[in-house]
Design a protein around this ligand. Sequence first.
Ligand code: SF4
Ligand code: SF4
Length: 278
Amino acid sequence: MTTGTKIHRNVTVYRLAADFLQFIRCQRPVIRRLGRPFHRSRRYVELDITYRCNLRCGNCNRSCTQAPSDLALTVRDVADFLAQSREQGVRWDRIRLLGGEPTLHADFFKIVDRLLTYRDDGHPDPRIVVCTNGAGRRVRRVLDGLPDGVVVKNTSKNSRQRLFRPFNKAPFDAPLLHRFSDFSAGCRILEDCGIGLTPLGYYPCAIAGGIDRVFGFNLGRPRLPSPDDDMRDLLSVFCPLCGHFGVSGFTKKAKLSPAWRAAYAKYHSETTKEPTHP
Ligand code: SF4
Ligand code: SF4
């Protein structure tokens, strides 16, 4: 049983308008006058517990299709995150589990149980949310077994390609368009989704962790960042590679700019996995 199921849409008129405004707000002349518009969250956190997925979306912003991986957070990693949250006195408003498809994690229920125990143990604030594609019998069976007190955010995907932002179009590859962009400003995902804990560490957003997994900079913070850590240094590295920065249309086709083409080629040359990108 779950306390609620939300159907999620990733393309709306509001989002398109917000993307345009965020592009303008992240231009250096505007930032000089008004300051940076986005800050890394101290209220929301996303745990990318697995990069395994049962779907193959062409523009997956965790590269689950483009660069499959068995990397996963362990129950111990989640317990360490909760212990560090206690130590720092962080009061999360929301903790999301996602990936990849989080319900495919071998210890999914143990992780959920850790989070619920944390909430019952004097930390009543956070909403515990499972973000799922809702696809297939196995995933639905796991969702049906969720205990009370967990919210499900269901994108209700299937094998048909959906409209996505072209995540693999790096602003770095469009220098003219981005000649005034301040990448350390990030994007609204910082505040809408929160910081990310991934198998490689903590990032200002979980998407940055997914980028690091492919590019191999290995820049994740090993511990929960202190409240005064804005993580701007990481945004300066990852936002130039991220198709969520600035404004762009939506597409069903997998689009790759040169930086990503090279990164995936290197990734696949260094792993034994077969590329599945179309
Ligand atoms: S369902 Fe989500 S995680 Fe899986 S391939 Fe699609 S976008 Fe990526
Ligand atoms: S890495 Fe991408 S999603 Fe994260 S803040 Fe930068 S532009 Fe936004």
